[in-house]
Ligand binder design. Structure first.
Ligand SMILES: [Zn+2]
Length: 396
């Protein structure tokens, strides 16, 4: 019998009147330059004989190919399956059907955020554990048990909550350093939101994290050090990627973008920032031209506006502008003067469940005013500091 998957978080039981503290994480996280070629060594410790490898066509000729070679050296067989590019139910079903013939006892997903999430969904349908090998540090997906589902057209279509986190996450910092700087910077946007959302959840006793429980001290501390790491090392890490170099700043920021951001959002909790990021994907051009973390950066603007904390709002907006993240809506392709577009965006944000983690009633008017206030703050910062880092990343 297959392991079930769930449209709702699993561990919270608010209806029974008891909301436990739950912390979810993968048992092992491995990060360093060149670790891809040691995948067989690390994965050999799990005792699997035949592992599926899901990656894009390009990935099979690159990173996933290196994982397969390393598995072979360790005497582990592998079965390749191609990821077509969208984490949609259609793609998940077809990869599942293909891998069923292959009799695998574990699945390794090698790629970006959508491939990683699709790998989680396929693994649960096959009733086998999943290993994640992210090739970018652009998002918070690798460590979590949550997968964001999209329509075949790329519009956000909800989430699946898996019963287990990945059994191992392996991040090769050489691979991340060779990817475009824009991906690392997008990951910084995604990771920075972690703290601003987690602190809302921690401070509000009625709030719950992504596994449906109260956040632990551990998750909140992780979200805190995530933001501090990005403020300290974010710019130096982006420079390292620009220069194709792995240094300590890059190692720390890759850890922040992947491990700290992933544990921090899942066990610390979400609020408004990810609601904006999801909501913005209903506009096809916005979805096509921006990365998840870039849209989360825009959402962080709303989060700090709703918090009413001007000092933090200025600090985070200025930081985003310096690393080249978008700080106002026009930069992601939204015309704030278009009331129809703004109405649709506000509607989408209002549908986002974790918005209720904010400890006061947030109505559509508050969301609209918050988005406009964040947009104006972003424009002011952009005028003061310039937008050349943003334009440079878009031109790359
Ligand atoms: Zn995210």
């Amino acid at each position: 019998m297959n392991t079930p998957y769930y449209p709702q978080p699993i561990f919270g039981k608010p209806s029974a009147g008891v909301v436990p503290r739950v912390f979810a994480a993968p048992p092992k996280y491995v990060q360093g330059p060149g670790v891809l070629d040691l995948a067989g060594h690390y994965l050999g410790t799990l005792g699997f004989a035949r592992m599926g490898i899901m990656a894009s066509k390009r990935g099979h000729g690159a990173e996933a190919g290196r994982v397969a070679a390393s598995l072979a050296e360790s005497g582990i067989q592998s079965v390749p399956v191609t990821f077509g590019g969208e984490c949609s139910l259609e793609e998940i079903d077809s990869a599942t059907a293909e891998l069923r013939q292959g009799n695998v006892d574990c699945l390794i997903a090698v790629g970006g955020g959508k491939c990683v999430d699709a790998g989680k969904c396929v693994s649960v349908r096959l009733d086998v554990p999943v290993v994640i090998v992210p090739t970018l540090a652009s998002n918070d997906a690798p460590t979590s048990a949550v997968a964001v589902i999209y329509t075949p057209e790329g519009v956000n279509a909800g989430a699946e909550f898996q019963p287990n986190n990945p059994v191992m996450v392996i991040v090769d910092t050489d691979v991340v350093a060779k990817a475009s700087e824009r991906y690392l910077v997008a990951g910084i946007g995604d990771a920075m939101a972690t703290w601003y959302e987690a602190r809302v959840c921690f401070d509000n006793p009625r709030a719950s994290n992504v596994v449906g429980s109260r956040p632990t001290l551990a998750a909140t501390a992780i979200a805190d050090i995530c933001a501090r790491t990005l403020y300290e090392d974010g710019e130096a890490a982006a420079k390292a990627v620009r220069e194709d170099e792995v240094n300590d700043a890059l190692e720390r920021v890759v850890e922040a973008n992947t491990l700290l951001s992933g544990l921090g959002f899942e066990s610390g909790g979400l609020a408004a920032a990810h609601g904006v990021a999801g909501g913005l994907t209903i506009f096809p051009e916005v979805e096509e031209n921006n990365l998840h973390g870039e849209l989360v950066a825009i959402g962080t603007g709303l989060q700090v506006a709703l918090d009413g904390d001007d000092v933090e709002a200025d600090k985070v907006t200025e930081f985003f502008a310096r690393v080249g993240l978008p700080v106002h809506l026009e930069q992601v392709g939204i015309d704030v003067a278009d009331t129809d577009v703004m109405d649709r965006l506000v509607d989408e944000v209002m549908k986002f469940g974790p918005l209720k983690n904010i400890p006061r009633d947030i109505d559509a008017e508050a969301v609209r005013n918050g988005l406009l206030a964040a947009d104006q703050r972003g424009r002011n910062v952009s005028a003061r500091l310039g937008d050349s880092p943003f334009r440079a990343l878009r031109a790359s």
